[in-house]
Write a protein that binds this ligand. Structure first.
Ligand code: VTB
Length: 334
């Protein structure tokens, strides 16, 4: 895939973030999500790709845009065929309340290289580059934490594990505490939490927990680009979720509960990841309105093949960009 796609991709998350940010703290997560979807959908049409959404906003009948199977891109049949994973607004609860770490994310890889994950829960274990190769999701938590601490040359007591604050994680939390490590709880948004393991300045070493499987694939692309590591196991919790696993080819219990390695989640290294901060985050700053129709965004864009990670700080003129103007007219929340 053309390396310029990395810089193109960041426009997509920037537009979604700018469209959604006006809804911060307004208590309406659905409106914020719709704005992010509208922004992302329109920005995609400027990209020289023939993309198919494989991870998106649900099925055709339940989501009007960016549904699974939707084709996006510039419309040129000769453009490169790619699989796309989107989460236009990762953390709808976060934006509705103005809480940290709401982001807009997108990942792409050549056709067939992203796991077509069912919309179910997934157990995930993620670490940054220094701990690549030492994790084993089937092994006891204590053993994983000891190995990660050793790889990072840290005392176990200094290791920080980020865990989503949910009752389903009570047993994990207890095990982590018994092992002696520290815990950082977060309310929502496990893509941002998984990515944090790849950046030492966040102080986060390990992400462990059960969250959305689609979010797991998106996080995996970022970890692939960063040289980190991740393992996962699907974790359907209801008969409907088991059915969704079967629909996507996970035919037997053995298939469903098989360990998914980073390579199973995203094949090869020809992948790209982009994220833009919407609310203030550990890694990315929020959208900031500067007055005079200007707004600033902070994004990260990564390329798997070379491992390059770029932070992009951009100043947007909201009334001078066709796509933005169009989307903001639909969502005039500023
Ligand atoms: C997960 C997680 C997401 O929502 O899907 C979570 O992957 C849902 O968990 O990052 P609950 O059903 O317990 O709320 C997010 O946190 C945000 O979409």
């Amino acid at each position: 895939m053309d390396r310029n796609l990395a810089m193109e991709l960041v426009r997509v998350t920037e537009t979604a973030a700018l469209a959604a940010a006006g809804y911060m703290g307004r208590g309406d997560k659905n409106a914020a999500d719709q704005a992010a979807v509208d922004g992302m959908r329109r920005a995609f049409s400027g990209l020289s790709i023939k993309g198919t959404v494989v991870i998106g906003e649900g099925e055709l009948d339940e989501a009007p845009m960016l549904y699974i199977g939707e084709e996006v891109g510039c419309g040129d049949p000769r453009a490169v065929e790619v699989d796309i994973a989107v989460d236009p607004l990762e953390g709808t609860n976060l934006i509705a309340k103005g809480l940290p770490n709401a982001i807009s994310v997108v990942a792409i890889a050549p056709k067939g290289c992203l796991l077509h994950a069912p919309d179910t829960y997934m157990l995930k274990l993620a670490v940054g580059p220094k701990a690549k190769g030492v994790i084993d999701i089937k092994a006891p938590i204590k053993d994983n934490l000891s190995k990660v601490a050793e790889a990072l040359n840290k005392n176990l007591e200094d290791l920080t594990v980020i865990v989503q604050d949910r009752p389903r994680h009570d047993a994990f939390i207890q095990e982590i505490r018994e092992a002696g490590a520290r815990i950082k709880l977060f309310s929502d948004g496990d893509v941002a939490a998984a990515i944090a393991t790849g950046f030492e300045e966040t102080g986060v070493d390990v992400m462990l927990g059960i969250g959305g499987a689609p979010e797991g694939v998106i996080a995996a692309v970022a970890l692939k680009c960063m040289g980190g590591d991740m393992q996962a196991i699907l974790n359907p919790m209801s008969p409907e979720e088991f059915e969704r696993c079967r629909e996507l080819g996970f035919a037997s219990e053995e298939e469903i509960y098989r360990v998914l390695t980073l390579e199973d989640l995203v094949k090869g290294e020809d992948c790209y990841f982009a994220a833009t901060g919407i609310t203030q985050g550990d890694l990315l700053k929020s959208v900031v309105y500067k007055g005079n129709n200007m707004a600033e965004t902070h994004s990260v864009v990564m390329r798997g093949k070379t491992g390059t990670i770029r932070f992009v700080q951009a100043m947007h003129r909201l009334n001078k960009t066709d796509v933005l103007e169009e989307v903001l007219k639909l969502h005039p929340q500023r």
